[in-house]
Design a protein around this ligand. Structure first.
Ligand code: ZN
Length: 581
């Protein structure tokens, strides 16, 4: 096939030099490299491979499948779980003897704990809840992904009919069901009873497809995604997308000036319970959405793919502000009341959907805020999380565009969304996370971070979980410290963020603290990168040695005073302006 909507990346020269497990890792990385195929952390892949059993020395069938918490794009061999197929299949007896059994029953969650009894070769990687989706499909290789084109078809009102129209008899359909043991059994049954099927569209979720050859499985994944994308492209509404444009985008400098003034205030509004780190995401696609007539209606429906809304919450907050006719204070007022309303709606959703054993309500503040003319602002507990959140809503925008091109977009029923968001297994994952460090959720600006005490300070606060802005008169030295921190703590996950907002947990900036405009420009960059500033530490200083006669010139004295005294004052004064605003 001549692909227009996905990139064909398979290289036989590379693949043929790999063992069977590495070929699975390779296939997974290729699929994960394209956001049109799957989102960060989303989807999973598997291969059933004949291995030598360390217990008997005999050949045994082992399923290698992406483990819990992994990501296809960055997965390494150790991110895959490995399970004896015969043991895993034998678990069906446990399931069959449980009463009651079925989707969302107690036994369904309990099955997950039993997967550990099937581990091959002491592999410590925990199996994910999607493991049965792979095990019961009677083919050697299985890809489950969250492609834009597949979710779009799966999120239409007439999703089953569209699946038939787009794929004919090649792909079947299974309606939405929370992933787990029961869904795995159901999909395995459909695949066994319909040998003509090469895959299934999973309602409100994504796609799964299979083959007995791994390269064929990869190519099939691309073929099906391409097929869906072509169908959608043929129906693209062009300028009438999202009901047409209602507002115009602000120019880049106007937008950035507005964001510098807005973000610290907005961060304060959403951080009443927990402090958040922001990511600004502005693409043509996002702007087309926020500026459109349909944005109010579609934003209210919320995201569809469960992977998306676990990060974005069930819906974003859309602020219907006219960037052409309304001023900044009108925007602030609308944000104040919009966020208050959002919290009320969220509490009402929690009350209406909760079960007697549901975990307590989580932070009710919006994670995604949409502003016409400006774009998307996402919030998370750290930079990596807020980038993921921005990525996911931006993918959701593409899903909505595609779904509305071919039909009417629909979200998950509220109760289903709740049962994912407050799933006991998700809660258990949250509880297993290590406690947050002292400077977690904080943005710390260290002036003088290029060397000496400043660099040591930057390292120290980063160790305590801070997002660190390394500032120095010497730009290369500032960047050097930031690079060192990134090497230690990593760039995180999530592919989003416009300009400097696409950064990781450390950045390097240059500033001359004796010049007020230089300090202002530096702090503006910090706000665009993270949404606000929590602490400023100034370690910059100079010592000008006197001449042999013990004299110091007026010029030298000016420099000493400007850096060591006035510079501190300017930095503190400019930071105060941001905090007081
Ligand atoms: Zn999935």
């Amino acid at each position: 096939m001549d692909y227009q909507f996905v990139n064909y990346l398979w290289d036989d020269v590379v693949a043929d030099g790999l063992d069977a497990v590495e070929r699975l890792r390779y296939r997974s990385n290729l699929l994960g490299a394209d956001q049109r195929i799957t989102n960060t952390g989303g989807g999973n892949t598997s291969s059933k491979i004949v291995e030598i059993d360390p217990l008997t020395g005999e050949e045994v069938d082992v399923m290698w499948v992406k483990g819990s918490g992994g990501d296809l794009r960055t997965s390494k061999r150790e991110n895959f779980a490995s399970l004896y197929m015969d043991k895993f299949m034998a678990l069906q007896k446990v399931w069959a003897s449980a009463e009651p059994r079925g989707p969302k029953t107690k036994i369904e969650d309990e099955m997950v704990a039993l997967y550990r009894h099937c581990v091959y070769n002491l592999n410590p990687r925990a199996s994910s809840i999607d493991t049965p989706l792979h095990a019961f499909i009677p083919y050697r290789h299985v890809d489950h992904t969250h492609p834009i084109s597949s979710i779009a078809i799966a999120a239409c009102k007439d999703q089953e009919r569209l699946t038939k129209e787009v794929f004919g008899d090649e792909v079947g359909y299974v309606k939405w069901q929370r992933p787990g043991y029961d869904l795995g059994l159901l999909m395995g049954k459909i695949a066994s009873e319909n040998p003509q099927y090469k895959g299934l569209i999973m309602g409100q979720h994504g796609i799964i497809n299979w083959a007995d050859d791994d390269k064929a499985c990869y190519e099939l994944s691309l073929d099906l995604i391409e097929k869906g994308a072509r169908f959608i492209a043929q129906h693209d509404k062009g300028e009438a997308t999202f009901g047409g444009q209602k507002y115009q985008s602000l120019g880049k400098s106007e937008r950035e000036a507005l964001l510098v003034e807005l973000l610290p205030k907005l961060r304060g509004m959403v951080s009443q319970m927990n402090r958040f780190i922001g990511t600004v995401h502005v693409t043509e696609s996002v702007l087309q959405f926020v500026n459109s007539h349909d944005a109010v209606r579609l934003a209210e429906i919320g995201t569809s793919c469960p992977d998306h809304f676990l990060r974005t919450k069930i819906k974003p907050l859309f602020i219907d502000w006219n960037p052409q006719s309304e001023d900044f204070s009108a925007l602030l007022n609308k944000l104040e009341s919009g966020i208050a309303q959002y919290r009320e709606d969220y509490a009402a959703y929690y009350e209406a959907c909760k079960h007697p054993n549901s975990p307590a309500m989580r932070d009710p503040n919006p994670r995604v805020i949409l502003i016409p003319g400006v774009g998307l602002i996402a919030w998370g507990k750290n930079k990596s999380e807020s980038r993921v959140t921005a990525e996911f809503y931006s993918l959701a925008v593409d899903v909505m565009r595609s779904a509305e091109a071919i039909s009417d977009y629909q979200g998950l029923p509220r109760q289903e969304a709740f049962d994912i968001e407050y799933w006991a297994l998700e809660e258990a994952k949250l509880r297993r996370m290590p406690a947050e460090k002292e400077f977690a959720r904080n943005v710390v600006v260290v002036v003088g971070a290029g060397s000496g005490i400043g660099r040591a300070t930057a390292l120290r606060v980063a160790q305590e979980g801070a997002h660190v802005v390394c500032v120095d008169l010497n730009a290369d030295a500032a960047q050097g410290t930031a690079d060192m921190l990134t090497t230690i703590y990593g760039q995180g996950i999530g592919v989003a963020g416009t300009g400097i907002s696409g950064c990781g947990s450390a950045i390097g900036l240059s500033a001359d603290i004796t010049q007020r405009d230089s300090v202002q420009a530096m702090l503006a960059q910090v706000i665009l990168a993270y949404g606000g500033i929590d602490n400023v530490i100034v370690t910059a200083g100079v010592f000008v040695p006197p001449s042999k006669a013990g004299k110091i010139s007026d010029k030298q004295w000016d420099l000493t005073f400007n850096v060591n005294v006035k510079g501190l004052y300017i930095v503190a004064d400019e930071a105060r302006k941001i905090w007081e605003a």
